[in-house]
Design a protein around this ligand. Structure first.
Ligand code: FAD
Length: 314
């Protein structure tokens, strides 16, 4: 029978919703137990949130000053020790999970299963390859611990509120490396909805033309209460910061509504919006590949169409 350890992602004392998505994937394995591991300097509030997630059996906390910042090199040896007795270790396939899980896999001497989209059996999973152009079924060795990252866009967040899992403090005797230390966290701050969890996202591409022109995208997004994303071309051209990039090498998102404005629809961009609900494209080129996957398309100049759309919204 399986026992799954889910690594909690958190920042600023708050649990990231990606953790509840990883719990959903864990539940699909139909395990005997799902425990959530919180590594932090002050884990209480985070653990209390994790304990409410449906399906969680226990929340395990490791309190150490070194865990104040999510440094993969520091967390991985502790996770590898905590993994004893578990058949699976799951982490969300976010920047955090992609950083820490391979180190855990290496320490446990196993190959990682990345970007799990579906669970076919306890050791058999589906995952995307070739920028999401193909889906492969992979089978992990049942004699070893499965270390996997969970493609969060493929899984709903497990419900929260009805559960009250016990919280237990763990003491882990792991030597922590000193070659990696925290210096500074630089992060963008925005009052807009978070790109990765927003239900509506408006993205701009190279067609927007400049950093200044991107105001039209921000304004429209604010009007409909959407998060703002961008293509890699827009990021590379310096119109917007890197954390706004959607796609294979950016964020994989699953909003209910995705608007691609001045974006051609390259496969590397589309892989980031595979799980989006309704896709709307605005592009002056009627032959742009984005129209092949768009549910609604407007062919025309974005600088004319967006003000018209804004007006129509009242
Ligand atoms: C390994 C690898 C990883 C990559 N990862 C990513 C990724 O994560 N995300 C990503 O987005 N890309 C990624 N790319 C890049 C990708 O291949 C494309 O180059 C990129 O997505 C193009 O961005 P774009 O659509 O904004 O630009 P373009 O392809 O130049 O398209 C601009 C579009 O704007 C339209 N347009 C221009 N002016 C207007 C106007 N006034 N009104 C309306 N429409 C207008 C044009 O008709 C055109 O269709 C990756 C590439 C590689 C090789």
């Amino acid at each position: 029978m399986s026992k799954i350890l889910v690594i909690a992602e958190h920042l600023g004392g708050k649990l990231n919703p990606s953790t509840a998505r990883a719990v959903s994937a864990a539940a699909a394995v139909k395990p005997e137990a799902i425990d959530v591991l919180v590594l932090a300097d002050a884990p209480d509030a985070i653990a209390a949130e994790a304990a409410k997630i449906d399906g969680v059996s226990r929340v395990l906390t490791v309190t150490r000053a070194e865990n104040a910042h999510p440094l993969a090199a520091v967390l991985a040896p502790q996770i590898a020790k905590a993994a004893t007795g578990y058949s699976h270790v799951f982490a969300p396939s976010t920047t955090f999970g992609k950083d820490v899980a391979p180190r855990v896999a290496a320490l446990l001497g196993v190959a990682q299963v990345s970007d799990v989209m579906s669970v076919e059996a306890a050791h058999t999973f589906k995952r995307p390859i070739y920028a999401g152009n193909a889906i492969i079924t992979v089978e992990a060795d049942a004699n070893h611990t499965v270390v996997a990252t969970i493609r969060t866009a493929s899984w709903p967040a497990a419900a929260s509120g009805a559960n009250s899992a016990p919280i237990e403090a763990l003491t882990i005797d792991a030597a922590l490396p000193t070659h990696t230390r925290f210096i500074e966290l630089k992060q963008g701050s925005s009052d807009r909805p978070d790109l990765q969890s927003a239900s509506k996202v408006v993205s701009g591409g190279r067609g927007v033309g400049s950093k200044e022109n991107f105001d039209i995208i921000y304004k429209f997004a604010d009007k409909i209460g959407a998060a703002v994303g961008a293509s890699r071309a827009a990021v590379d051209a310096g119109y917007v910061p890197n954390e706004m990039q959607v796609g294979q090498t950016g964020k994989i998102i699953a909003p209910e509504l995705y608007m691609a404005i001045g974006i051609s629809g390259a496969i590397q961009h589309l892989t980031g919006i595979k799980d989006a609900g309704t896709i709307v494209a605005i592009n002056k080129d009627g032959e742009a590949p984005i129209f092949e996957i768009a549910d609604f398309g407007l062919v025309g100049d974005l600088f004319k169409l967006i003000p018209e759309l804004e007006q129509a919204l009242g």
